[in-house]
Design a protein around this ligand. Sequence first.
Ligand code: FES
Length: 636
Amino acid sequence: MSLSRCHRVRFLPEGAWVQVLPSETLKDAARKIGIEMMSACGGQGTCKKCGVRVLSGKCRMGMDLLSPALKARGHILACQAYPEDDLTVEVPVESRLTGAGALLRHEEIAVPGYESGPDRYPLSPLARKVHVTVDPPTLSENMCDLDRLLKSLRTHSDSPATPTISLPVLRKLPQLLRANDGKVAITIVHLGDHDEIVQVDPSPQPHPCVGLAIDIGTTTVTVYLVNLKTGDTLQRLSTYNEQFVYGEDVITRIVHASRSEENLDDLRQAALRTVNGLIDQSLTAEGYAPEDLSCAVVAGNTTMTHLFLGVNPKHIRLAPYIPAAVDFPPVKAGETGLHINPQGYIFPLPSVGSYVGGDIVAGALSSGIADSSEMRMLVDLGTNGEVVVGNEEFLVASACSIGPAFEGGGITCGMRSVPGAIHRVTIEDKGNRIHLETVGDEKPIGLCGSGLVEALASLVRSGALDRSGNFSRDAARLRITDEDNDPEFVLLASEETQLCRDLALATSDVKNLMRAKAALFSGMQHLVTSIGLTMADIKRIYVAGAFGSHMDIRSAVEIGMLADVEASRHIVVGNSSVKGARLCLLSQEALREATSIAAKMTYLELSVDPTYMDEFMAANFLPHTNLSLFPSVSAQ
Ligand code: FES
């Protein structure tokens, strides 16, 4: 490509210049210099989140898909704009993806009686380190190096099985034995049907045997670095999944991956970069090297697991919705590109079906619902909402397509829970009094999930919003513009924010949020009634997921997102997926239990049941058309 056909684009307020090819959009150009933009639709031009202002120069638009609000602000969509000139472009704060690459707040939630770790399962980690002294060979004791190593291992280990050895480790063995007077530390990974020696080091070794529990979520990725000898978690780190540039939800990413092998690899590499970044930071913090890590347990939804392993998830979104696999064998780390000992192993947790993955199996394991005698529920609130109901006898699960609304997707003023996000909202007296709190006490940019839930509940409580999601005509701060007929409630004037516009919640945003919460509640309700029970029969409801951890449960009940049961029955448990992965890392028995949970869980496809749509429609009110399901809310 001749550079003479390229144009230069200057991005403000950074003032940074970048050379842009004719085939590249302004969004591609911004990315080249590290300006990440919102991209819920993966650049399809439908989410309207990537608005920018062209201050000088000309662009050709792929598609003119501007909303009236963006047009009024003089914005164009960066994902649809191809420079035809040298340009100066301003990227407003609301179009920027804040928090990309940043570490997230990771608050460990301790729940009594939940995920009791090695107390619940015996400590029998997937990898162990054994220190041995191997006798030197003589003319009369002339066994080969490997046989002498295995003989020595039998005297140091209570394991009856004879491990195999990987070829690269065998290549190092003769020299290592002779250079260290036969004193070596052997790392052995337990692979279910046999053990394998994956690392030999000089002994003594300063570092204990460590492993990783990894949760690959559609939005966030979490890594725990765990001491496999003591069970202690040494590091807990989370960040946003770099796959966000290809779209916020799994369907958009599947569509992207299905288009070409290169696209599939882009998504695999993005997940890998995210996980490796966290691994590197964990190792640096503890002073370890990648070779010190020989095993990792990975929990993810079915699509994330496919993408991480580079398996095309195309058929997950096409009827009859069949994944390539639900049971994944342990994989050599070197085949995945994970920054650990390449001879080590990755254990992907099994999925149940296309839309209930290893993350939910891990959550069912860590919450203990599969070995409880009473009826319990796990609700995992992420980009998708998965629900599991059951006890020690059976488990049923469903996936509710709540979409990314509560993570800011599809909501004009929605954003992730990063500094500047409003996460606490109190609205009183039809909107005349408002109290807002932001993450990090920074000037507001938008509302994150917990803020959106509180805003809805508070608006209804204050009388500014009616039960069908329409603003009251006499609500304070109501603005009705003729051009798009979408009345909005102005939370803050632009000068009180970091935005170049007022921060407002539009009626269309409210309706999107209502659809999302209705999808979740009707899924929960449908699952419970399909097994002949009512919500009153569910003794504990574990609310999992990063968004669930910060959400005010009462507000979620008031808007009809969660069931109106005794408050003590709702138990917020944080990231149940990574906790389950950690249990499996520390206990072979827990890993076997995860496999049996996946086999035992029955997946209920909501979309094929005609009664589900009726339940969904009935739940599309605040809180619900059937107020008898929400007795405490209707009484207040
Ligand atoms: S409209 Fe540009 S990324 Fe969605």
